[in-house]
Design a protein. Structure first.
Length: 333
């Protein structure tokens, strides 16, 4: 097992954020229906920005290289999304797909019979050649198909783009994540596309849940590592976190790569707070290669069950380690 992890300090404030079609409402109310079992939960998708780690500066730089034609396509994607009352996440997915497939240009050529912004193939039922080249038709068609993708609202934007496009190179849609998030603010006037506040990290998943999970994990300090260990006297890296969050009433998957993909809301790793999970992988572009997980404690420290021959302990995170995944996970969100 390889190591390293992260998190910030717990805030005293209880926040509930509800994002609906681009409108964010933040309330402080312990009787709100979103509070389940005493846990105040956020409803937001931190995976769409604003981006800090690999985000803001990169997004601004990439967007600055777009020409007028490309920016007009982005504006069309946003305006059609607004007309259809789709949330900013949908716009971001379309921007990332269009940039990846055509450079945001209505191309009249492509691989085999692929055409237009999204390189749709008439032979595969996307429409006639004239239709798929037309930006208005193509954008609406993209949205039509996106809305049929199961759970697209909770996936990372690039993964939803791949579900629509079905590319042989699924990870490349992530390359334009930062640029698309930046454009949502610049052209779409979306100041908080995630619905998580100015920077996802300023709100906690559920301060009570995080606190309980942290306390449980610290009580296991010094206990031995055991591959497949579920306690109560020996643990592996993911097993201890399953029990920690179960103690707080939050269910997460058993193994580390599933915890990364399905364990909660994603947010930039450098915006993680106490109780968030951080991960390491042999290939940071492929979540299935995640091999280690820990719980961030704040102050550049994380708690984890490292490897055979070691014990549950607190370590310092190396933010520049090449295996550190770019996203943290906030369970319970």
């Amino acid at each position: 097992m390889r190591l390293m992890l992260l998190v910030g300090a717990l805030a005293a404030v209880v926040v509930i954020a509800v994002a609906t079609s681009g409108v964010t409402q933040v309330v402080s109310n312990s009787t709100n229906p979103a509070a389940v079992g005493g846990l105040k939960l956020m409803s937001c998708n931190a995976a769409i920005g604003p981006w800090d780690a690999g985000g803001g500066d990169k997004g601004r730089h990439d967007a600055s290289r777009l020409n007028e034609e490309q920016r007009n396509i982005v504006a069309r994607i946003i305006s059609i999304g607004q007309e259809r009352k789709l949330p900013p996440l949908a716009w971001q997915i379309a921007i990332q797909a269009g940039m990846t497939e055509s450079g945001l240009r209505p191309l009249n050529y492509g691989d085999r019979d692929s055409l237009g912004i999204f390189q749709m193939r008439p032979s595969m039922g996307w429409g006639s050649p004239a239709e798929v080249i037309d930006p208005t038709y193509a954008i609406n068609k993209f949205y039509d198909v996106l809305l049929k993708v199961p759970d697209w609202e909770t996936k990372r934007p690039g993964d939803s783009a791949q579900a629509v496009e079905r590319s042989a190179y699924p990870d490349r849609y992530h390359n334009w994540e930062a640029m698309a998030a930046f454009l949502l603010g610049e052209l779409g006037q979306v100041t908080d596309p995630a619905g998580c506040g100015a920077g996802a990290g300023q709100f906690l998943l559920a301060s009570n849940a995080a606190g309980v999970a942290i306390q449980f994990t610290k009580e296991q300090l010094g206990e031995p590592y055991l591959w497949g260990g579920n306690g109560p006297d020996a643990w592996d890296c993911s097993g201890i976190l399953v029990k920690a969050f179960a103690a707080a009433g939050v269910k997460i998957p058993r193994v580390a790569n599933d915890q990364y993909e399905k364990g909660g809301a994603h947010l930039p790793v450098r915006e993680a707070q106490a109780g968030d999970l951080i991960f390491w992988a042999t290939d940071t572009n492929n979540p299935r290669t995640v091999h280690h997980v820990g719980m961030y404690l704040g102050g550049d420290e994380y708690i984890h069950a490292p490897q055979t021959g070691d014990v549950v302990k607190i370590s310092k995170i190396n933010w520049n380690y090449y295996e550190l995944m770019p996203l943290a996970v906030r369970p319970g969100v």
